[in-house]
Design a protein around this ligand. Structure first.
Ligand SMILES: C[S@@+](CC[C@H](N)C(=O)[O-])C[C@H]1O[C@@H](n2cnc3c(N)ncnc32)[C@H](O)[C@@H]1O
Length: 193
């Protein structure tokens, strides 16, 4: 199954889809394997390929995704079905900035992979719905080297949001965050209390 998924990822990448990079993908699966979450939230579903990988890795998990692009949602649903996962995965259609303030329930794993200029804004909604012992896996936190280096004016919003996100998750005493300098940068945050 995971081999078939890797092929799908390759084909989606060739079509120009923003597929999670390989090292980060392997780290995602290792992290899901370690924590074995039951309730996963994914901000930015795209075609559902990382969602499928997480569900195949954590066999008892249910996945909730948020995705703004209707066509991506259609493809993701088809993909979930192809892997027999349609009963374990649902998608909220719309803008995460509107959905996160009203989302209910608690999650023990959050994959933060939506619009890069909103991570800090989202964190204030995500931290309260993250269970103690749960994890936020945030991709692209070094954003092409711009978060720690220079960024052209047009990327200033992303740089600021990422810097504020990283500050928020590293300085909060209730959280433990590890930054991985792989691919585009991954931050894994565990909620300690
Ligand atoms: C990097 S891709 C997600 C990849 C996916 N997590 C994976 O690993 O296969 C980011 C996705 O976020 C979606 N997106 C962008 N802005 C959004 C928003 N405001 N609310 C919800 N989804 C958004 C995009 O349409 C895109 O499909």
């Amino acid at each position: 199954m995971i081999e078939k998924l890797r092929e799908k990822r390759e084909r989606a990448r060739e079509r120009g889809e923003p597929v999670l990079r390989d090292e980060s993908f392997d780290l995602l699966l290792k992290t899901v394997e370690k924590y074995k979450p039951k309730k996963i939230l994914e901000i930015g579903t795209n075609e559902g390929l990382s969602g499928i990988a997480m569900l195949l890795t954590s066999k008892d998990a249910a996945l909730t995704g948020i995705e703004i692009d209707e066509e991506k949602i259609r493809i993701a649903k088809e993909n979930y079905k192809e892997f027999g996962l349609e009963d374990r995965a649902k998608i909220f259609s719309g803008d995460a900035s509107e959905i996160l303030p009203v989302i209910t329930g608690e999650y023990d794993f959050i994959f933060l992979d939506g619009p890069k200029g909103h991570y800090f804004e989202y964190s204030s909604f995500l931290l309260p719905i993250l269970k103690v012992g749960g994890v936020i896996f945030a991709d692209n936190v070094l954003y092409r080297g711009m978060v720690e280096g220079k960024a052209p004016h047009k990327h200033a919003t992303i740089k600021n949001s990422m810097q504020n996100y990283l500050k928020a998750v590293t300085e909060n005493q209730n959280l433990s965050t590890t930054l991985y300098r792989i691919d585009d940068g991954v931050a894994i945050t565990e909620k300690l209390k």
